[in-house]
Design a protein around this ligand. Structure first.
Ligand SMILES: Nc1ncnc2c1ncn2[C@@H]1O[C@H](COP(=O)(O)OP(=O)(O)O)[C@@H](O)[C@H]1O
Ligand SMILES: [Mg+2]
Length: 312
């Protein structure tokens, strides 16, 4: 797949001296859903804002379909739809006028058929004559998406699309994003909900303290970084782990009837065969064995914590 957004060695230091982004490089492939995952203050909105030409970079460069976002702003911005983190709509304006006006801002000729398609796809067609102030929070978010799609962008940025949105609406939003991708739009979303990145993204980038800690296919990330847990049910309970098993760093279940062994999926040797032999040598009989894979959540927390450790 071809690259549609290219970010090269991007840094941003705000006037306050705060380093919001440090040497971030990434390529975004046309047609993918990329989730930028990171805690509050990580630099997600800053990154998006620079790509969209709203914030000027301190150093580095960004190209959107070959257009430099600083020197060739008008061309790059035309290709982008941005759904901002905050809901900002004219309260007395109708939905239809809002999207029509937005399209006009990009100098696009009127195209009522396109606007109708957009509104229908977001279940807003019946609300086209409603004023923004009459709409629910979820509907307002849809209007923001409709606005962002009004000028037929090839890339859509969604900045925390489901922050403060209830679970039901969040699932609707996920569905909407998948439909957008199916229609050929490249989607970049930011989120601090791991579940959201896990549910939607083709690739996940993890940002913390202005640095891109990793960028990887979601599936590959989960298996590469993933640890597996082997849960061992014992025939009878024990009060402590025999010292001969100390090297496995087992956890004893609170009921004393199970042990959990955590191992690296990628390791050359998992240590399971040796562990089972040593359990037997320690006189422990097994009732059952189960494995489960750690989720993206655990991977994420592990990464962000590891980063904290490095920085002191
Ligand atoms: N206009 C600004 N001036 C100064 N500092 C800012 C500005 N915007 C954001 N920041 C700071 O930059 C850091 C990254 O912010 P932001 O990009 O909004 O992170 P995120 O979207 O991941 O929560 C934060 O510490 C934030 O306080
Ligand atoms: Mg933000």
């Amino acid at each position: 797949m071809s690259t549609i957004v290219s970010v090269q060695n991007l840094s941003k230091t705000y006037g306050s001296g705060l380093k919001a982004l440090q040497h971030v490089s990434l390529d975004i492939a046309e047609g993918e859903i990329l989730a930028l995952l990171g805690p509050n203050g990580a630099g997600k909105t800053t990154l998006i804002s620079i790509i969209c030409g709203i914030v000027t970079p301190s150093s580095g460069a960004v190209e959107v379909a070959g257009h430099d976002v600083v020197n060739d702003y008008r061309e790059s911005r035309k290709l982008i739809g941005l759904v901002p983190q905050e809901i900002a709509l004219e309260p007395f304006e109708t939905v239809m006028n809002t999207v029509r006006f937005s399209r006009g801002l990009f100098g696009k000729p009127r195209n009522e058929a396109h606007l109708e398609r957009v509104l229908r796809s977001l279940s807003l067609w019946d609300k086209r004559d409603s004023q923004a102030k009459e709409l629910s929070g979820g509907m307002k978010r849809r209007v923001l998406i409709a606005k962002a799609l009004s000028h037929e962008p090839r890339i859509l940025f969604l900045d925390e699309p489901t922050a403060g949105v209830d679970v039901e609406l969040r699932k609707d939003m996920w569905e909407t994003v998948r439909e957008l991708r199916a229609s050929g739009v490249t989607v970049i979303l930011t989120t601090h909900y791991i579940e959201e990145a896990e549910a939607m993204a083709d690739r996940v980038g993890v940002i913390s303290k202005g640095q891109l800690l990793l960028l990887e296919e979601k599936a590959a990330l989960m298996s590469r970084m993933g640890k597996k847990r082997l849960r061992i049910e014992l025939q009878s309970t024990i009060s402590s782990i025999p010292p001969t098993l100390s090297r496995y760093q087992l956890e004893l279940g609170s009921d004393g009837g199970s042990l959990v062994y955590t191992y690296d999926v990628q390791a050359e040797r998992t240590g399971i065969t040796a562990l089972l032999n040593d359990l037997s040598a320690a006189g422990l009989s097994l009732r059952d064995l189960q494995t489960d894979q750690s989720s993206l959540e655990e991977i994420f927390v592990g990464l962000v914590n590891a980063e904290d450790g490095q920085n002191g």
